[in-house]
Ligand binder design. Structure first.
Ligand code: UDP
Length: 404
């Protein structure tokens, strides 16, 4: 089930001593049984993360394992409705929805093997696994990847009795957390520098992607990679670009997934097309769902990466761009200011005009742009890499054993 991930040795050229640090931290945990539980084996950021973290923990001599909480279509309909409601949306389900959740949870308890020293349950779907907690010294962690700051009360009241029984909760941002009776920890989302989306590409490949999409490799390129979603403000990006274009020759790429099966996405794409009309230097690209190498190539080719979101969770595209040493101009929303420290690792803006101003400033000051990119890369290396995520797990486990 678990695809073999890269080995620790492959991170050494990128991270040097930090790999040794991981080995040292893991030494006292050799043989410790760790279980990760989520609700999908493939698809989605959590499965992608576990597919890398679990093999790395194994390589560090922990007995790490990943089990999947199984559900049918009805279960996932309910948990999708929970997900939206936990983000503050309305909840239209009734007692039947709660019953579906309970009944799948019971069936899963009968098949999961939960007798491990460290059990990490990811997100709300398998949260009821704590009902199967064996007596004994095991440590139970709830790793919540979503924003719980403003949940729909009906759904939160239903889930809370399970959540409060965990020994610790881990959130991706201080602003996502809730008051809970257990200690809470902060683990930032992370990117894998060896994944196709982030590894260093051959210049010839980057050039071939640009040629494929009709982009001129010899001219300045502004890039935003994002779903065609109003909250990513693609029209605002076009307007900012049009201001910049009065002063600098440049091209713009807005690349997002295909919007065909998402009515709202299609509408946003139409609005963006309209805003972009008449300028052959604006490229609106609809990428197939799984296009990590194309995304990597576009980010790598960018002169400046933009992330002009109106609201944002963490904004992984920012970490991806910074890792590629790109100067980033981004909105000061959600998790972006954690990554883009203004004038240190990029420039922040609050409006179309502000975004255009910062882009112009960077185009006029390439040495500053290069410095911000280099510092951004270091910031990601220190805070937002998957190896740092592994390190946080090791520290948490040591702490729970009372050894840190
Ligand atoms: N991404 C992608 N295809 C697209 C647009 C984005 O694969 O068409 C990737 C992007 O590289 C990033 C992730 O999807 O890794 C988006 O995460 P982010 O936190 O930036 O935004 P979200 O879409 O989750 O709001």
């Amino acid at each position: 089930m678990i695809a073999a991930g890269p080995t620790l040795d492959r991170y050494v050229p990128l991270l040097g001593n930090e790999v040794e640090e991981l080995r040292a931290l893991a030494r006292p945990l050799a043989g410790a049984e760790v279980l990760m539980v989520n609700s999908t084996a493939v698809g989605g950021g959590v499965a992608e993360l576990l597919g890398r973290v679990v093999p790395l923990l194994e390589e560090l001599n922990l007995r790490a394992e990943w089990q999947v909480f199984a559900g049918g279509k009805d279960f996932f309909e309910v948990t999708k409705a929970f997900h939206n409601a936990l983000h503050g949306g309305a909840f239209h389900g009734g007692p039947e929805a709660f019953e579906v959740f309970r009944s799948y949870s019971e069936r899963n308890l009968a098949r999961l093997h939960l007798d491990r020293e460290f059990v990490v349950i990811h997100d709300p779907q398998p949260v009821a696994a704590i009902d199967g907690r064996p007596a004994g010294p095991g440590h139970w962690v709830w790793r919540c990847h979503i924003d719980l700051s403003n949940p729909n009360p009906a759904v939160w009241e239903f889930l809370q009795p399970w959540v409060v029984r965990y020994d610790a909760a881990v959130f991706s941002s201080p602003s996502f957390a809730r008051q809970l009776p257990c200690p809470q920890y902060l683990f930032y989302p992370s990117i894998d520098p060896l994944a196709d989306k982030n590894r260093t590409l051959e210049p010839s490949f980057v050039r071939s992607v640009l040629e494929h999409y009709g982009i001129d490799p010899g001219r300045k390129l502004l890039v935003q990679i994002s779903r065609f979603d109003r909250l990513k403000d693609p029209v605002g990006v076009v307007r900012a670009y049009r201001i910049v274009k009065r002063y600098f020759d440049c091209q713009l790429v807005l690349a997002g997934g295909t919007a065909d099966d998402d009515p709202e996405g299609a509408a946003v794409l139409d609005e963006t097309r309209e805003a972009a009309a008449g300028d052959p230097d604006i490229h609106l690209l609809q990428l197939p769902p799984d296009s990590p190498l194309e995304i990597n190539a576009l980010q790598t080719a960018a002169t400046i990466v933009i992330q002009k979101s109106l609201r944002e969770g963490f904004g992984l595209t920012v970490a991806e761009a910074l890792w590629k040493k790109k100067p980033v101009v981004a909105s000061a929303v959600g998790g972006i200011p954690t990554q883009v420290v203004h004038k240190q690792t990029g420039l922040l803006a609050h409006s179309v005009e502000g975004t255009a101003y910062q882009i112009r400033y960077l185009l006029a000051h390439p040495e500053l742009a290069a410095r911000l990119g280099a510092q951004g890369h270091e910031h990601v290396r220190e805070q937002f890499l998957i190896t740092g995520n592994v390190k946080r797990y090791l520290c948490l486990f040591l702490h729970m054993r009372g050894k840190l």
